[in-house]
Design a protein around this ligand. Structure first.
Ligand SMILES: Cc1cc2nc3c(=O)[nH]c(=O)nc-3n(C[C@H](O)[C@H](O)[C@H](O)COP(=O)(O)OP(=O)(O)OC[C@H]3O[C@@H](n4cnc5c(N)ncnc54)[C@H](O)[C@@H]3O)c2cc1C
Length: 392
């Protein structure tokens, strides 16, 4: 690695400007560390702006009627986020927009009694309530014939406003540069980064890798990528946030609604459909979704809609069976820390753990922020703001 380094050392460098990296940066700076972040593309441009923004509290994961590892792990997350969203706890997220303060869950098949039994259980009491038919908006009732809809008190965030909020509070400390490689140099770690055609060498007492799929192999940690083909459908649609469930562990569809710059509503659709659709062509995945929507929303007119899909990987700590881990991964290897949050909702938990690990390194805190001459990173855009739509 080149040693030409005109940047003074900082306390911690965070690699990756998704939700994990930004929250970690906020926590470290609030604790008095001179921390900076490097992002190779734009802030949020990995999984974060491609996520559905749901702050899970466990209902979705306990669909089969018993408490799974996932449902236990996420139970406290809505309350934790509530503290930040109301500005009672740092980072202050009171400027973040909430798309919906709830989600719905309904069955497209013949299992309502099973759902009712499950929701009657202890775990979800107070978090789920059945909606009376008259509480359902007319637009929903006109396209979907189900009478049994449950409301989950788990919010759905406007993720772009979340990324913007964290970017604003870390102004001047998040840079547009790609981390290339790192090596130890006495008490410091040296990180080579590239901006356009230039390479720079940065120095820090500790490095945190929060680069999602871009995390380098450090120590014994290993990553798994679970691919998805998400579907976007745009047109004259009602806004809804919810899960269509069947007698399986995963919702058949998870639908979130977002306003496009042209004023139209896009349904962003994940769930089992996105997992099953990985091997399908774009055309096949759109056809499969159209068929599902016809079944679930018999009164919808799919011919007048615009369609697109998004191939994206979920990057996580490895599991022997390849399934989704229940908990985030945070590992320390000497002066380097590696994280995969598994869910956007786990970002505060991951950032707390990283702060504890950095505190354990006993790094003396710099008295002032070092001057770093790199271009500033900007906030990225949602997938539906940069896709090519297909009519039909
Ligand atoms: C389709 C989809 C839907 C989801 N929905 C939800 C949901 O509703 N609720 C929920 O809680 N979770 C959800 N998730 C999971 C959630 O999005 C992720 O767990 C979370 O966003 C991961 O954040 P991150 O910061 O670790 O990674 P990322 O958001 O992927 O950020 C990593 C960043 O690192 C940058 N980077 C990579 N390599 C380098 C490098 N060498 N140098 C510098 N920068 C680099 C990338 O450009 C990227 O910006 C969803 C995920 C997907 C894919």
């Amino acid at each position: 690695m080149k040693t030409s380094n005109n940047h003074p050392p900082v306390d911690v460098i965070v690699v990756g400007g998704g939700i994990a990296g930004l929250w970690i940066l906020s926590n470290l700076r609030a604790a008095g560390y001179d921390a900076i972040l490097v992002e190779k593309d734009s802030l949020g441009s990995g999984q974060t702006l491609a996520s559905q923004g749901i702050i899970h509290g466990g209902a979705k994961y306990a669909l089969i009627g018993h408490v799974t590892g996932s449902s236990e792990a996420v139970r406290e997350l809505p309350e934790r986020w509530g503290e930040h969203l109301s500005g009672r706890r740092l980072p202050d997220l009171s400027s973040v927009r909430c798309n919906s303060d709830h989600q719905w869950m309904w069955s497209a098949g013949d299992i309502p009694s099973k759902i009712a039994n499950f929701f009657a259980g202890r775990l979800m009491s107070g978090r789920v309530r059945p909606l009376a038919g008259r509480e359902l908006p007319g637009r929903f009732k006109s396209i979907c014939k189900t009478n049994t809809v449950y409301q989950l008190h788990e919010p759905v965030l406007d993720v772009a406003s979340l990324v913007q909020c964290l970017a604003d509070s870390n102004k001047g400390r998040a840079f547009n540069a790609e981390a290339i490689c790192a090596e130890a140099d006495g008490d410091n770690m040296l990180l080579e980064v590239r901006t356009h055609n230039e390479t720079h060498c940065l120095a820090a007492r500790a490095l945190v890798y929060a680069a999602g799929e871009g995390n380098k192999e450090v120590g014994t940690s290993a990553m798994q990528c679970r691919p998805l083909q998400m579907v976007m459908v745009k047109g004259d649609l009602p806004e809804l946030w919810g899960h269509v469930i069947e007698a399986a562990a995963n919702p058949r569809l998870t639908i979130t609604s977002h306003k496009c710059p042209d004023g139209q509503i896009v349904w962003y659709i994940g769930g089992q459909l996105a997992e099953d659709g990985v091997a399908r062509s774009i055309r096949q995945q759109i056809a499969a979704t159209r068929q599902e929507l016809r079944r679930i929303f018999p009164a919808m007119v799919p011919d007048s809609l615009n369609w697109a899909t998004l191939h994206i990987n979920r990057a996580e700590g490895v599991r022997d069976d390849g399934k989704r881990p229940d908990n985030p991964f945070v590992g320390r290897y000497g002066r380097q820390i590696m994280v995969w949050p598994v869910k956007l909702a786990f970002a505060p938990v991951v950032a707390d753990e990283v702060l504890s690990l950095v505190e354990a390194m006993r790094i003396s805190k710099s008295q002032a922020d070092a001057m770093i001459e790199l271009p500033e990173a900007v906030v990225g855009r949602y997938p539906w703001e940069q896709t090519v739509w297909q009519c039909g």
